[in-house]
Design a protein around this ligand. Sequence first.
Ligand SMILES: [Zn+2]
Length: 246
Amino acid sequence: MSLVTREPEAPINTPQQESIPFVTEAIAQEKKEQKAILELQENRFARKSKLLFNALGMLLRHKDEIMENPSYANIDVHYILENASDYTNVRTSCEFNFCGAPVSINLRLATLLKIWNNELFKAECDCGSTAVLYKFKDSTTSGESVASAFCPCCKKKFEVTKKTPPSYYAHAINNFFMDDMTAVVKNFLAKWRLARKVFQEKIKNGQNGRKLQTTDRLYGDRDLCSLETMIQELQLKEFEEASIRT
Ligand SMILES: [Zn+2]
């Protein structure tokens, strides 16, 4: 007689009986988690937006440095420019399913500074400084818009009526963003061509092709920098420069 005991066999369910309650629960959980992530992202973007506006005076003082440094220039700031009307479609973020790989392209800090350097996105503040426009909605008068403005000098937020429809602002922003998207694609293609060239040269020089792949030579850009780190670095720089002067 065998000493091995067997567990009583579990009742055999059909595939439908086994999977439906489980998947339904998983789908509900996925929706719940996605909602929580979205709420967290919204709060994060609101915090970053406040931080950027608060530091805008300093960012404008270091504009050239930001434009020349890819780690600063490429910081994602897509959450700054907003639609305030259902009729405008400001596009500052785009997600692709690129041959099965998710790719997202967002408005860069360098592009935002270029937009704010355009006369269309400027307004005069009571303090005498120039404010920047960041939100656009329809005015009660046809063909005009009410834009939200922020003054980097006195840090005041105010609204200004412009003789330009909101769609005009959306169109201008979207054109700047399209330039960004084009630059990303061109940059990627240039990197691929360079990687391919390096790979082919290595093969020509007798290296083992089986151990090499073009993708091994496909290098990315420098590490991305966060908005928070950039502001800290610029603050430190200004502090050091002030210390030297005194
Ligand atoms: Zn002001």
